[in-house]
Design a protein around this ligand. Structure first.
Ligand code: SF4
Length: 250
C-alpha cells in the first residue's frame, strides 16, 4: 500500500500534476474486451491495495512486501508530470485509445479530469483500469470513459474490507460498457466471483488467468476455461505477456 505522502514526492509539483510511473506506446491493450486494440498507456503511481502477486509492484511497493521481493524506490519510479506534458506524449503516439492504468489510477481521479477532457474533445477513447475500490466522481463519469474494473479476490492477500467496496462497485457497474475482470487461478476463484456477482449484481464478467509468464497463463487458463464458459462468462488472456513476456513498457 502506498503511503499518500509518497505521492507528493517528485521532481516538480503542482496541484494539477499527475503522479506518473510510466507512459508508453504505441502498443496494444493486453487484457479484457479491448485486447488487441492499438493504444497508448499511461501508468500512474501508487495503489491502495497490496496484492502479493501484483504485476506492477514498482508502482507502489516501497517496502518489498509483494512476491517480487524487491523494495522499489519511489524517487526513481514516480514523476510528477503536468497535464500538458502527458497529453503531448500521448498525442504523439497517434493512437485511437488511451489506457489509464496503475497502480490505482482512480486515486488521482480529480487530477485526471483535465487530461480526460482533452482526450475526449480529440475523439480519443479512454479506458481506465481500476481495482474498483474508489467511488468515481460525477465529473469523471461525465467524460465518457469506459471502466475495466478488477476487484481483487481472496488470493490477492488483502482483507475483504479493503479490496471489496460495494458502493464503488455498484456505481461503476452503472457506467456504459463497464467490464468486470477477475484475475483467477482456480475453480474456487470462479465460485468466489459468482458469490460477488450475486451479492453486488455484477454483469459483463471477464475471467483472466493470473500469470506473469506464458507458462503460468497457459496453466491457469486450462484450469479455468471450461468452467468460465459453463458459467456464461467471458475469457481473456494477457496478450502483452504472450507477445513480449514480462517486460515493462510494452
Ligand atoms: Fe497491483 Fe492492481 Fe493489486 Fe494494486 S490493485 S496491488 S496495482 S494488482
Amino acid at each position: 500500500m502506498t503511503d499518500p505522502a509518497v505521492l507528493d514526492q517528485g521532481e516538480k509539483r503542482s496541484d494539477r500534476a499527475l503522479v506518473v510511473n510510466e507512459i508508453f506506446g504505441p502498443t496494444v491493450q493486453g487484457e479484457g474486451p479491448s485486447a488487441g486494440r492499438r493504444c497508448g498507456f499511461l501508468r500512474l503511481g501508487g495503489c491502495n491495495l497490496s496484492c502479493h502477486w501484483c504485476d506492477t509492484p514498482y508502482t507502489w511497493d516501497w517496502r518489498g512486501v509483494s512476491d517480487a521481493g524487491a523494495a522499489f524506490d519511489p524517487h526513481k519510479e514516480l514523476t510528477a508530470r503536468s497535464i500538458e506534458d502527458v497529453l503531448a506524449e500521448l498525442l504523439a503516439m497517434r493512437v485511437p485509445l488511451v489506457v489509464v492504468s496503475g497502480g490505482e489510477p482512480m486515486a488521482q481521479q480529480d487530477r485526471l479530469i483535465p487530461l480526460l477532457r482533452e482526450l475526449s474533445v480529440r475523439g480519443i477513447a479512454v479506458e481506465i483500469e481500476t481495482n474498483g475500490t474508489v467511488i468515481p466522481s460525477d465529473a469523471v463519469l461525465g467524460l465518457g470513459v469506459r471502466f475495466n474494473v478488477s476487484p481483487k479476490l481472496n488470493h490477492s492477500g488483502d482483507p475483504e474490507h479493503r479490496r471489496i467496496k460495494p458502493v464503488a462497485l455498484r456505481k461503476l457497474g452503472e457506467t456504459p460498457g463497464v467490464a468486470f475482470k477477475f484475475v483467477c487461478q482456480s475453480l474456487a476463484d470462479l465460485a468466489e466471483v459468482a458469490a460477488l456477482r450475486d451479492d453486488i449484481g455484477l454483469e459483463n464478467i471477464w475471467i483472466m488467468p493470473e500469470g506473469k509468464t506464458q507458462q503460468q497463463i497457459g496453466d491457469n487458463m486450462r484450469t479455468i476455461a471450461d468452467e468460465t464458459v459453463r458459467r456464461g462468462w467471458n475469457l481473456t488472456t494477457r496478450l502483452h505477456i504472450l507477445a513480449w513476456g514480462d517486460k515493462r513498457g510494452v
